[in-house]
Design a protein around this ligand. Structure first.
Ligand code: 2NL
Length: 344
């Protein structure tokens, strides 16, 4: 029996040494120490031994069991460590590898200009208002002194949705709506940026959809000199404190009198060059004193209230400020174009 135990021990240890998976160790444990294992089998036969032999064999059997158990545990630990090491090696991240570039977006040049203009007027006490892009004929035309059949409607012919609904041709309806909301007895100071639509053939300077920012100030005692001072501030803050402005007579159906504002050319400082086509001046926006008919339709008494309004195209402002030569650059979203202005 001693030899039997010795054989079992050697055989088990041999198998443990050559095992290279945890599963194998489990099998070895079952094969030797399990209920039907060979060591257990030997111990069952101890009943046949004499009283003198029994404790000796018992002690030996215990020792064999302990040796096998310890060897299994040690090998088990070693295999687990090896497995962990292998996993760590396989899943290792090389922190020295260069990272994949992340595409960071930026503000669109047009958004930037619009927000710059907004901030400038907010600083002068104006509030920013928005309104619907699909408008009624009434707010887009009639309320702005452009009754049905008025010849000036032809200049801004547009996309009609129905006979009475259309894509707005300017942001003025937002102002007409706001004045109406203020009920004819409060002053209004607002600007309204937004998309507008006109039936136009796209080229370097025209687009069927573009952006407009209009401003309006209605109050008691608002005068042409207020308009001039406001526009002068705007021009200097937007294009530099050395810019001069000039107002030329013009016509809009919704203002009387109407003006067009130019700024002195930055390139030649008013001397005349190719940018200003030799005139020394560059046209920036249109403006005027709000027509009494427009005030009246919005519920204001033109004998008590007066006001001025102005309108400009941020695309044109951006083109002048940054030397963009084609309005379509704003809408085609070529990243090579857009990226140039991310830190401008
Ligand atoms: C331009 C000229 C202008 C207005 C817009 C306006 C609005 C109301 C009443 C009176 Cl509610 N006027 N807006 C006035 C003058 C000129 O725009 O060249 N825009 C690009």
């Amino acid at each position: 029996m001693k030899e039997q135990l010795e054989t079992i021990k050697q055989e088990a240890l041999g198998r443990i040494v050559s095992a290279d998976e945890l599963k194998e160790l489990q099998d070895i444990k079952v094969a030797y120490l399990g209920k039907k294992g060979s060591l257990t089998g030997v111990l069952r036969g101890m009943g046949k031994l004499s009283k003198e032999e029994r404790p000796i064999i018992g002690e030996l059997a215990n020792e064999v069991r302990e040796t096998i158990t310890t060897a299994l545990e040690e090998k088990g630990q070693k295999l687990e460590e090896l497995a962990l090491e292998k996993q760590l090696e396989e899943e290792a991240i090389d922190v020295t590898l260069p990272g994949r570039p992340v595409n960071v977006g930026g503000e669109h040049l047009l958004t930037k200009i619009v927000e710059e203009i907004e901030d400038l007027f907010i600083g002068m006490g104006y509030e920013v208002r928005e309104g619907p892009e699909v408008e009624t004929d009434y707010y887009n035309f009639e309320a702005l002194n452009l009754p049905k059949g008025h010849p000036a409607r032809d200049m801004q012919d547009t996309f009609y949705v129905t006979n009475e609904l259309l894509m707005r041709t300017h942001t003025s309806p937002v102002q007409a709506r706001t004045m109406k909301e203020f009920d004819g007895d409060q002053s209004v100071k607002m600007i309204c940026p937004g998309k507008v639509y006109r039936r136009d053939t796209d080229d370097a300077t025209h687009s069927h959809q573009f952006t407009q920012i209009e401003g309006l100030y209605v109050g008691k005692d608002v005068r042409m000199s207020d308009l001039k001072g406001t526009l002068d501030q705007f021009a200097k803050k937007m294009f530099g404190k050395d810019r001069e402005i000039r107002l030329r007579p013009s016509f809009f159906p919704f203002t009387e009198p109407s003006v067009e504002m130019d700024i002195s050319c930055k390139v030649c400082n008013g001397q005349g060059c190719s940018v200003c086509k030799g005139t020394g001046w560059i046209e920036i926006l249109g403006a005027g004193m709000i027509h009494p008919n427009v005030l009246e339709m919005a519920g204001y008494d033109p004998k008590v209230y007066t006001g001025f309004a102005f309108g400009m195209g941020p695309e044109r402002i951006a083109m002048l400020k940054y030397g963009v030569n084609d309005i379509r650059q704003f809408y085609t979203n070529d990243k090579r174009f857009l990226k140039q202005y991310h830190n401008a």
